[in-house]
Design a protein around this ligand. Sequence first.
Ligand SMILES: Nc1nc2c(c(=O)[nH]1)N[C@H]1C(S)=C(S)[C@@H](COP(=O)(O)OP(=O)(O)OC[C@H]3O[C@@H](n4cnc5c(N)ncnc54)[C@H](O)[C@@H]3O)O[C@H]1N2
Ligand code: MOO
Length: 390
Amino acid sequence: MITVEAAQDLLFSLVSPLEVEFVPLANAAGRVLAQDVVATRNQPPFSASSMDGYAMKSDEVELHAMFKVVGEAAAGHAFQEIVGAGQAVRIFTGAPVPEGTDFVVIQENITRRGDLITITDEPGTKSNIRAAGVDFKIGTTLESPRQLAPQDIALMASMNIHQIPVTRKPVVALISTGDELVMPGETPGPDQIIASNTFGLKAMLEGLGAEVRVLPIARDTEQSLITAFGLAKSADLIVTIGGASVGDHDLVGPVAKDLGMEQSFYKIKMRPGKPLMAGGLGDSVLIGLPGNPVSAIVCGHVFLAPVIRLMLGLKDIVPTLQTATLTHALEANGPRQHYMRAHVDNGQMTVFENQDSSLLTVLADANALAIRPASDPACEDGRRIHYLPI
Ligand SMILES: Nc1nc2c(c(=O)[nH]1)N[C@H]1C(S)=C(S)[C@@H](COP(=O)(O)OP(=O)(O)OC[C@H]3O[C@@H](n4cnc5c(N)ncnc54)[C@H](O)[C@@H]3O)O[C@H]1N2
Ligand code: MOO
């Protein structure tokens, strides 16, 4: 058995970032920017007023000074003439600042009679003008790679970039295996259960930016698995769930090998997740997850999520671990690195009593996987423990 880190390295070496495609700006949220985008305009393209008021020359601005209003500048409607001495222009937020002016006195500080205005309150020293290009200039770059947040979309819109280079979405085929499984909504027989982790993994993968195809459940026969692998052929990543262990009905490994899988590893020093398997299968990467629901989802966090990030061309694919203080003692760990379901609140960690890998209720209560190194001795409360937030 190899360590989690060794398994991650072997797995990541099978994966490369996918190719670039262009999508309309309106569909780019959440996608990964694959190439830097560069502004070809300045924002604002002109000096603009940041307030509603009157534009004038700064060296004429003082309490009680009077001006003649010679015109108006509104957003989208510049004042076209040059403003002379003793003159002011009525101006609104977002309007270009007229030539000959460099100061806007807000209207609250002005008294107006007809075309005459007087500064009747202290105007202060702030010009209330946004310089041309203060937000971004021609050449300003939004750097890749980055998962595009709403504010990135707004920035690219402002730059007038409307076709966005993004990494193609990884296509993931999810194959659940087992005669005992039915889909949610179906009526299970007395010896059947509902395929659950399949849908937890689908949610996780879609949240990461993958396109997920849930294939029909493969039954515990070679033929059924061969059919499922056939349906999965065009996927970038094929994920099987279950049938990975050593029982007579655990057929994923042997069938995948018959179909040409070049196995990178099988079995790792991880709890839960021991029977994890990975390899190359045709043009796809195959990851065989253990069937126990918690095992599959924990392996999803530790292996699938980084693989998707790598395919998307992101950096820092393995999340940085955090630390919290244990609120109680813990027994010594066994020979496998243990990802224990735990809850962290305000830096204080409680590790749940029952760590059976079938318990989705316990996993649903957890917001952290406390990581115990292999053969970690018993520890007292107050110890700092690494964890992976989930
Ligand atoms: N003799 C040994 N037995 C087992 C070992 C071992 O080393 N020696 N390892 C155990 C460990 S650890 C794990 S983990 C499991 C993994 O088994 P499989 O990957 O072969 O999974 P299955 O047997 O198919 O299923 C296990 C369990 O999970 C349920 N399951 C499967 N798929 C789903 C699904 N999509 N949704 C919900 N539940 C699912 C299945 O019904 C079983 O209850 O092997 C141990 N055995
Ligand atoms: O490794 Mo199994 O995944 O402990 O339950």
